[in-house]
Design a protein around this ligand. Structure first.
Ligand code: HEM
Length: 194
């Protein structure tokens, strides 16, 4: 593992575990995720990725080797929102529009890492009647499938090219991206069904 990848992993481990816990993992493992909790997860992931993808699109040269079109998650999330008859959510808080390219690269690390997470979460979700009742209709949580390893490796190679003096900014971006997940969790939570 290259130096930046290894720093990202060690510096954000606690933040990862906190987000993982917050996103209903225990409930999911117990097979008790409700339809509303699943829709809540979709709202969080959608708003995070909508902002990230829009911000990355503002820097096509910097993100050329990232190949943004091959890593978009919003099409899958829009499909999932439609399947669950959930309106496309909005948020009042400011997203990542003004983040630096280095910070966005850190956020992209969080987004790409979440595709490793879904390889664990996808099978967990299949134990939850609220989700299995939707049929074979999970798009975001299907992740990259057989491409997961290849895409993660390619992302790691991209990180290995970042000059050392920029590492701090990338790590700070990843930390802020994990915090953005926490913020979106609260913002998109509804206290009662419907
Ligand atoms: C219930 C939810 C989740 C579980 C169970 C989970 C589990 C995992 C596991 C097992 C790995 C390591 C995979 C490997 O090394 O092959 C991983 C990596 C990662 N996950 Fe998650 N994850 C979850 C949610 C998320 C979410 C929502 C995000 C983003 C907000 C995320 C970001 C990451 C990142 C960035 C890595 C890469 C760590 C590294 O640098 O190696 N995960 N996750």
């Amino acid at each position: 593992m290259n130096e930046l990848a290894s720093r990202l992993r060690s510096h954000t481990k606690a933040l990862h575990d906190a987000v993982e816990q917050r996103l209903y993992t225990e409930t999911m493992l117990a097979g008790q995720l409700t339809a509303e909790q699943y829709r809540h997860l979709l709202r969080i992931h959608y708003l995070f990725h909508r902002d990230l993808e829009a911000a990355i699109d503002r820097h096509p040269d910097f993100f050329d080797t990232y190949q943004p079109d091959s890593r978009r998650k919003t099409p899958a999330l829009l499909a999932d929102l439609a399947v669950t008859q959930e309106a496309v959510p909005e948020t009042k808080s400011v997203g990542m529009r003004d983040w630096s390219v280095d910070a966005l690269l850190g956020a992209a690390y969080v987004s790409e890492g979440s595709m490793l997470g879904v390889t664990q979460v996808g099978p967990m979700l299949k134990k939850n009647p609220a989700v299995t009742s939707l049929g074979d209709n999970m798009h975001f949580y299907a992740g990259y499938g057989a491409d997961t390893g290849h895409k993660w490796k390619a992302f790691g190679q991209l990180l290995s090219k970042v000059p050392t003096e920029r590492h701090d900014a990338v790590v700070a971006g990843a930390e802020a991206a994990f915090q953005r997940y926490q913020q979106l969790f609260t913002e998109t939570q509804v206290t009662s069904e419907g």
